[in-house]
Design a protein around this ligand. Sequence first.
Ligand SMILES: [Zn+2]
Length: 216
Amino acid sequence: MGVLRKTLNWYAKLSPSHGRIKPPYEHVVQIGDPTLRKKSEEVKLDKITTSETQKTILVLKQVLHKYGSVGMSAPQIGENIRIFVMRITAKQCKEHSPEIIKSRNMYEIPLTVYINPKLKIVDYQKIICAEGCESVRSFQADVARYKAVEVSGLNSQGEPISQIYKGWAARIAQHEMDHLDGKLYTDIMDRKSLQCVHWDEVNICKGKMSIPFNPE
Ligand SMILES: [Zn+2]
């Protein structure tokens, strides 16, 4: 952490009115934030096209891109409303080895906005994979998820949409749906598999590193 950032953080703590901004945040809230534990409210139909809801959608997309994530839900940017976005880009697929892509059944999906989504299980078989969350920064754990699900809801214009997802996309959909109900993967993970993703780097740099809460 640089001197400048340390100073800025110190000032933010000193003056809460300066440090605190209103959601939607352009950062991702972390586990412990009460927003992550509340059941989010449905968006009323006549509210979908308002500038307020459209701003939340815009910020969700911006934060998703900024963090290079595959999914992001409104509670994660401080808003308890039932909206999430998901995507898997070709570039995100290519970041993994063919073995991982195959084991995860990872394929490209376009950026999709879901408002008031409903989830239906299509294939009850559960697949165990390591999973992370931007709200539990720097950790991952094994989580069992259904193999295929159907998500239906409304798009950003309030039009009905529905899609069947398999493999990794099905996992993302289940993970984001959980966020809307105040649940985190840590609630259902295999507890012994929980790991800090940087555990080896910590040894290599003799502990001289810090966890960023924003992409750098
Ligand atoms: Zn998450």
